[in-house]
Write a protein that binds this ligand. Structure first.
Ligand code: FAD
Length: 422
């Protein structure tokens, strides 16, 4: 493996730069080609950090190294899949909005804090100082308007998120950050609606004479997507395992180590604030933004229109079901699930028919929460990215970390370090 992608940024010396230049003269003078499968946040962070590593090297070095050619293949029509929002306005003309995947993210390392700083300054990212409560539904069915008070849930203040241990959101939409990350990429092409087909052994061409290891990727119609020096797969592990199944990926067995649990999301919309059930109205003393639900198939309730820079929305509420319940019902009919979640939401939020939501949607996430299998591991530390140096393939994604947005950044950093050192 002598085809250097990028020099090590933190440890690079002039010798490193010369090494790259020599390799180029030896017949490898084409720009390194890197394919990233998946345009979620892991893919976008990886491309961003790769480009930054290249720029850093350019400013340090006296010789011009070739800019990497990065291609992100994304099977859907937009970036940032799990950190996304659901909208109905094209169908209903109503401005409801639900961050139906990730609601917020945490920043626990100084490196990630530094990374997000420019977008915090521009207020694209904002801390969400939510008032958090614990909500226990009354265990009675709603019969009529008089019975309402008896059916009120028990709401207790839990905490208020603050700017010290902040939870951040992207504004005005959860997708805004992904879009900006994508727009800022200089050496990266994003190919939407392109599903990469499973990699098989014959696609890899290890041309030893040239000392180059390259892999050809194909889409699902069998058309070539090109040859690449490195393949970075950021698909969820349930999909990564299929993509790599016949490839001879040396780390294949580890892909399924983290278990991914499902999550159903219920999205509710009301036509105006007056229509909201009392439990949700923010003029009562116990006004809240986020509720952790007890004794229910529901896990958490998020009030979207109370988030920073979301006040132009019609009342919109996102509810995540419990992961264990969602996993148990993952193959159930979606309409049945929706009805069960709606009944649980009505019980938790205690609305009478006059205050029923006018918009109700339900989404099934098959791969939502990462569970680290401590039985198979000596520690409960995250798996880390899976590297096959023989083929120059990496399997990455939030599931290699703790299954959250901060993990996407950590695994992107790990990936760039490997490529820089190769
Ligand atoms: C319900 C829910 C709630 C969550 N809540 C939080 C939270 O509160 N805080 C937090 O930090 N995180 C939360 N998360 C997790 C967070 O959303 C994820 O960690 C993050 O978005 C994962 O990004 P990713 O790029 O690793 O994966 P993904 O977003 O899944 O991106 C992978 C991409 O690969 C694409 N792909 C797959 N196969 C192929 C193929 N063959 N060819 C081309 N493209 C392909 C997919 O279309 C997808 O866009 C939540 C997730 C869910 C589902």
């Amino acid at each position: 493996m002598t085809d250097h992608i990028l020099p090590a940024t933190d440890t690079s010396t002039d010798n490193n730069s010369k090494q790259i230049n020599n390799d180029n003269r030896a017949g490898l003078n084409t720009e390194p080609k890197i394919a990233i499968i998946g345009g979620g946040l892991t893919g976008l962070f990886t491309a961003t950090l790769l480009e930054r590593a290249f720029l850093k090297q350019q400013t340090k070095s006296t010789v011009n190294s070739l800019a990497p050619q990065i291609t992100i293949f994304e099977k859907s029509r937009s970036v940032g899949r799990l950190a996304t929002r659901y909208r109905t306005d094209s169908k209903t003309n109503k401005n409801w909005q639900w961050a139906f995947g990730a609601q917020f993210f945490t920043v626990k390392t100084s490196s990630f804090q530094q990374f997000i700083a420019p977008w915090l300054n521009s207020e694209l990212l904002q801390p969400w100082c939510a008032q958090v409560v614990s909500l226990t539904p009354a265990n009675v069915h709603i019969q009529d308007a008089q019975a309402q008070d008896a059916n009120s849930p028990n709401i207790e203040r839990k905490e208020q998120w603050d700017t010290t241990h902040a939870r951040y959101i992207s504004t005005p939409k959860m997708t805004s950050w992904g879009r900006v990350l994508a727009d800022n990429l200089q050496h990266t092409t994003i190919k939407f609606k392109t599903r990469v087909a499973p990699i098989n052994k014959v696609q890899m061409d290890s041309v030893q004479d040239n000392k180059a290891i390259k892999t050809e990727l194909f889409d699902e119609t069998g058309s070539s997507l090109g040859w690449f020096d490195w393949i970075i797969c950021t698909a969820p592990n349930g999909q990564a395992v299929e993509l790599m199944a016949d490839s001879g990926f040396t780390e294949q067995a580890k892909i399924t180590e983290p278990q991914m649990l499902a999550c159903y999301t219920l999205m509710l919309g009301w036509d105006n604030l007056e229509q909201l059930p009392k439990t949700l109205s923010n003029d009562i003393q116990s006004a809240w933004d986020v509720a952790y639900v007890n004794a229910s198939i529901l896990d958490r309730i998020f009030i979207e229109h109370q988030k920073p820079a979301h006040d132009d929305l019609l009342p919109s509420v996102t509810i995540h079901a419990r992961n264990d319940w969602s996993e148990e019902h993952v193959d159930d009919d979606i309409e049945t699930v929706k009805a069960q979640l709606l009944a649980a939401a009505q019980q938790a939020l205690n609305w009478h028919n006059d205050h029923a939501p006018s918009q109700i949607d339900c989404h099934r996430w098959r791969y939502a929460a990462t569970v680290i299998d401590v039985k198979n591991r000596s520690t409960n530390e995250a798996l880390g990215i899976l590297i096959d140096t023989q083929h120059q393939w990496i399997a990455s994604g939030d599931w290699c970390g703790q299954g959250n947005i901060e993990s996407c950044y950590q695994v992107a950093k790990e990936t760039v370090k490997v490529l820089c050192a190769s």
